[in-house]
Ligand binder design. Structure first.
Ligand SMILES: Cc1cc2nc3c(=O)[nH]c(=O)nc-3n(C[C@H](O)[C@H](O)[C@H](O)COP(=O)(O)O)c2cc1C
Length: 171
């Protein structure tokens, strides 16, 4: 199975998660690239796509990438966000991302990612962002080792799922 792990990142959090996912894919034919570095998006069986939640949703460069994925590739999504993991926002951003993908989405993973204090201070003054900006202080030091371990567990499960789908399709 040919697997691409790709990510969009501004401050490095989503890249850390991408690297952990990549490490978890031990024996597969795998590549790790930022979305900017991906030249041809054809020929992959499975693509892990990661992005930070920006303004409650998917940043535009990641939206453009998701729209370009060919239907032949299965997709798994991951994201990092300042808000708490249990809230609606991370789920909503993933739902928005799923809506942009033409192919099958096998699953998703989200975890918190540290937010720069300047960003928190600025967004605290904007009513539409205040709720998550108030939570964002406690995202400090995320993604942490437990988040990265969870991401690896997620990645291994997705690969298992992708393999069983492929076996089923061959039968
Ligand atoms: C411009 C901007 C907008 C953001 N909007 C949100 C948001 O709506 N909800 C949220 O939970 N986090 C938000 N964040 C926090 C980021 O999602 C979080 O820090 C993420 O881990 C950053 O990932 P990166 O380091 O890969 O860029 C925002 C950050 C920035 C810089």
């Amino acid at each position: 199975m040919k697997i691409l792990v790709t990510y969009y990142t501004k401050t490095g959090n989503t890249k850390k998660v991408a690297e952990s996912i990549y490490q978890a894919l031990d024996k597969n034919d795998k590549e790790l690239k930022s979305m900017k570095e991906v030249e041809g998006i054809e020929g992959y069986d499975l693509i892990f796509c990661g992005f930070p939640v920006h303004a409650h949703s998917v940043p535009v460069p990641a939206q453009n990438f998701l729209k370009k994925i060919p239907p032949s590739a299965k997709v798994a999504l991951f994201s990092t966000h300042g808000a708490q993991r249990e809230g609606q926002m991370p789920k909503e951003a993933i739902r928005n991302a799923i809506g942009l993908v033409k192919s099958e989405v096998l699953g998703s993973f989200t975890c918190r990612g540290e937010v720069e204090q300047e960003v928190i201070d600025e967004l605290m003054n904007r009513p539409e962002h205040r709720a998550w900006a108030m939570e964002a202080g406690s995202a400090q030091s995320h993604p942490d080792s437990a988040d990265l371990e969870d991401a690896q567990f997620f990645a291994k499960n997705i690969v298992r799922k992708a393999v069983s789908f492929t076996d089923f399709a061959r039968k």
